[in-house]
Ligand binder design. Structure first.
Ligand code: ATP
Ligand code: MG
Length: 562
């Protein structure tokens, strides 16, 4: 795996936000003399755009403050973890433009975590509970209502140590015993009511195989892993705010190799018209709603990548939304606007016809083929020009012709002259229709004086349409995507899947100009007048619509400011 090249450097000057203010204050006060962060995904699925926010934040801070940022796989729960996800996560982070200082696994620390558990037991701060999960949960109490202490809470440290070792050595069945911290069953923060630290689970682990039958919980593993690595600022999403007292409690009671890290929470990213939880994303894949985790309709990094979203646009989007302390759902149009802005500057222009109908130019010299010069990218002179073959039979879009047009229809219609982009002016004469009245062929004449799309007498036309020479056309399969969910906030009321858009993908057979053969797999082109399209990484004749040309974000902004 090599990191992908990026033409825009990652900004080293970060924006200001409450996390950066806190870090600056910590450094000024001497609380820390360095900054270290981490990105801690659980390898139980593919990364999505929400994770990208955390990646940009953690790697971005490390870069800004000149410290390390480790990628740590939080692989403490073997149930859903898979090495397939590990490789994909590393690859996606690199694709976003970040390089972890090191790649580590929470499972690397199982020995140390266990040793600390014995330390806690020795201090009388943890006990083995024989009750099952249901009973423990029923005893937790509620808000304003204290929990019930376990009858096993007052076991001696010696007894607990013996039992913990037996748990480790496989003397008990799954679920028969757990190790719990002995904190406070009437604590106002529920996570402090004697949380479970270890559970018995006879499951092979993708790294430690069958060495362990007990696994630490998130709460026992996370802060200590941070401390082992020397993390200073442990950033997580808001739902972990309630775990912070426990995070601190665990660290306060242990001999640590490094300064005690601090947890700070920030808002999760939500996007309109999509879901972000791995559980729902997995369901989309398993139910066959989408083709896989890399389906271009998915909010996964893989999906966005296949769809032609460039990493620069994703990072610019995340920079723009910033980090805040309240959860919000961001309009997907803002992300699309960043994607469009990037491609407008960088994408090659090409012509393709998605719903082709033939035009026969009746005064074109029989069998003649000419080439016209077309600009590759009006935003970038260095992109140069290309030669596009022009002949007497062309494909144009079906809706660029109407035999009997309504008022204000300025495209091709009998008697009307239009410009063929970079080609000639043509005037439609008549059209052939089938028994159902569908146009099957349009007849037109061209003006030989208008090559390149300019008339020497300066006369104007009201429309310019795109085209492809029929004899030279490449057959293409083009996937057109719409929102995966019709609701802007799927699942806000009821089941998210109720608002699945049955028409989220339409596939058409299209005609493209020969220069599309120059476009590399994975690259994005602008089809003139249609939008941006990404060439499929495995099949250069298949393209995915990245985004249309119209900036809907601008319209949303206008509506909002009214
Ligand atoms: P999910 O709920 O989708 O399974 P998760 O939080 O369980 O997500 P992890 O793999 O545990 O996923 O997350 C790795 C890191 O990414 C965590 O620090 C988590 O807080 C962060 N993260 C996950 N989703 C988002 C999001 N939508 N916005 C910002 N950060 C996120
Ligand atoms: Mg998780």
């Amino acid at each position: 795996m090599t990191p992908s090249p990026h033409d825009e450097p990652i900004p080293t000057e970060g924006p200001s936000d409450f996390i950066r203010e806190k870090i600056d204050a910590d450094l000024a006060a001497g609380r820390f003399d360095r900054v270290q962060t981490r990105f801690p995904p659980e390898p139980n699925g593919y990364l999505h755009i929400g994770h990208a926010k955390s990646i940009c934040l953690n790697f971005g801070l490390a870069e800004q403050y000149g410290g390390p940022c480790l990628l740590r796989f939080d692989d403490t729960n073997p149930v859903a973890e898979d090495p397939e996800y590990v490789d994909a996560i590393i690859d996606d982070i690199r694709w976003l433009g970040f390089e972890p200082t090191d790649v580590v696994h929470a499972s690397d620390y199982f020995d140390q975590l266990y040793a600390w558990a014995e330390e806690l037991v020795g201090k009388g701060l943890a006990y083995v509970d024989d009750q099952d999960a249901e009973t423990i949960s029923a005893q937790r109490g509620g808000f304003g209502e204290p929990g019930i202490e376990s009858p096993f809470r007052d076991r001696t440290p010696e007894e607990n140590l013996g039992l913990l070792r037996q748990m480790r050595d496989g003397a008990f069945a799954d679920g028969e015993k757990v190790l719990r911290a002995k904190i406070d069953m009437s604590a106002s923060v529920m996570t402090m009511r004697d949380p479970v630290l270890y559970r018995i689970r006879r499951l092979p682990h993708h790294r430690t195989e069958d060495r362990w039958v007990i696994y630490p919980t998130y709460d026992w593993a996370h802060g200590q892993s941070d401390a082992i690595e020397g993390v200073t600022h442990s950033l997580c999403t808001l739902e972990f705010a309630d775990h912070r007292p426990l995070y601190d409690w665990c660290l306060e009671h242990l001999e640590l190799p490094n300064d005690r890290p601090e947890q700070t929470e920030f808002a999760r990213l939500g996007l309109t018209h999509t879901v972000m939880s791995k559980r729902l994303l997995r369901q989309l894949v398993e139910d066959g709603v989408v083709d896989g985790w890399d389906d271009p309709r998915m909010p996964t990094i893989r999906g966005m990548r296949k769809r032609g979203y460039p990493p620069e646009a994703i990072r610019a989007f995340i920079d723009e939304i910033g980090v805040a302390k309240t959860n919000s759902t961001v309009e997907i149009e803002l992300l699309e606007s960043h994607v469009r802005r990037h491609h407008n500057a960088h994408a090659l222009r090409r012509m393709a016809v998605l719903d082709p109908v033939k035009v026969v130019i009746t005064n074109w010299p029989e069998g003649q083929v000419e080439h016209v010069e077309a600009v590759n990218n009006p935003e970038d002179d260095a992109a140069g020009t290309r030669q596009v073959p022009f002949s007497g039979e062309l494909w144009i879009e079906r809706d660029d012709f109407m035999a009997d047009p309504p008022p204000k229809y300025y495209r091709l219609t009998p008697g009307r002259e239009v410009r063929l982009r970079a080609g000639y002016f043509i005037t439609a004469t008549d059209a052939v229709t089938d028994a159902d009245g569908n146009v099957t062929e349009i007849h037109a004449t061209y003006d030989p004086e208008t090559k390149g799309g300019q008339a020497p007498d300066g006369r104007k036309v009201k429309a310019t349409i795109h085209w492809v020479s029929a004899a030279h056309a490449e057959d293409l399969t083009v996937h057109l995507y719409e929102r995966l969910f019709t609701d802007s906030h799927p699942g806000a009321e009821g089941d998210a899947f109720d608002s699945l858009n049955p028409a989220s993908r339409e596939t058409v057979e299209a005609k493209g100009e020969p220069a599309l053969a120059d476009v590399a797999p994975g690259e994005v082109v602008q089809f003139e007048r249609l939008g941006y399209f990404a060439v499929d990484p495995d099949d250069t004749r298949t393209l995915h619509r990245t985004v249309g040309l119209r900036d809907e974000w601008a319209n949303i902004q206008k509506r909002k400011s009214k």
